[in-house]
Design a binder for this molecule. Sequence first.
Ligand code: 3PG
Length: 416
Amino acid sequence: MTKDFFTIDDFDVSGKTVLLRVDFNSPMSPDGMILDDARIKSHVRTINDLKDAKVVLLAHQSRPGKSDFMTMKSHAAILSKYLGKEVRYVDDIFGSYARSCISAMEPGDVILLENVRFFSEESLERSVDEHADSYFVQKLLPLIDYYFNDAFAVSHRSHLSVVGFTRDVPGGAGRLLETEIVSLDRGLDGERPCIYVLGGAKVDDSLNVAKNVLSKGSADLVLFTGVVGNVVLAASGYDIGPTNMELIKKTGYADYITKAKSKIEEFGDKVRYPTDVALNVDGKRIEAGIEEMGKSGYPANDIGIQTIAHYTSIIESAGTVILNGPAGVSENPDFALGTHEIIRAAIHAKFSIVGGGHISAEVHRLGMDSQFSHISTGGGACIEYLSGTQLPGITVLREAYAKKKGSDEDLSEDND
Ligand code: 3PG
């Protein structure tokens, strides 16, 4: 592969202040414990390769309104353990306290700023120039020498901390982002049939990806599970019951039922949804058909046994399989069956990729990491990349590279 973006190797960062966007977004318990720290660990190599610089980390945890939308304090403690030195947690993002902490740094220091999504402008899908001109960027700009993006998992968002710094600050991709691009590029030309198994609760991302991969012909079949599976069931005219419907409304995805309907009409035979579910009846797993799901009033917390058998037989014979999002509430062992069986089936495919924090945590729990062709740290970013979408966070790095190379060539022509 010809490299078309800068990396850490292209700059002398020694003694310089480096702003590094990482993705520490991790599954968390309601009392603020990090349940799986794989995302934090995944950036250690990059941070170690910047050991002679002053490293300022920018990261997010979850989204506004979610129960795990929390501070970065516990992430800093875990990172300190992996780096073997103190990572200072700074309870500010770009205010005077954050700026004074950055100014006081010495080479070798690492600080982690507060959850960048606590500042609402961060999550606006804006253009590079709009973000680059923001108050946030302008305040940090005088303090930083380089910006690197190592947060592959959020590179599909045109968010401030992802695209806002590259216009005015030199830099490029961190080690993790570099590895993701190289590994996923191998999956892009994977063998057929190519099956996507889309679950989890990010209904918007999953439906977009299904539409992209099916309309471009890069997937042969999409199997839906998880909350998105329930949305597709409702869109297909099934009564999914008041509790399941309430969850969809509460998470803001009610409109997606109509959107999913048109996709199902368009791609009918290339889309599969559950034929049975596991209901959570007062904490117990009870297998139920779709009709019972509608009548019962209990939440469907996993796909059912028949669906598991049907899906796994399709997955096992795939040329390429891409898993994204758990099939159910996999943190609860009684409802992890669907997710675990799908994972076990996927390793039989010729090329297997798993993306997304929750399902990767289950792969890890099963001790099956090495049996996958690639475990991506990205969820939505991974499937969007594989569906051929240009990710804003990567596009800005490629543009910065092309611009610099172009101006270097102009200069050498002038000197000839
Ligand atoms: C992820 O977990 O996929 C990333 O951290 C991005 O999170 P988001 O979907 O809330 O933008």
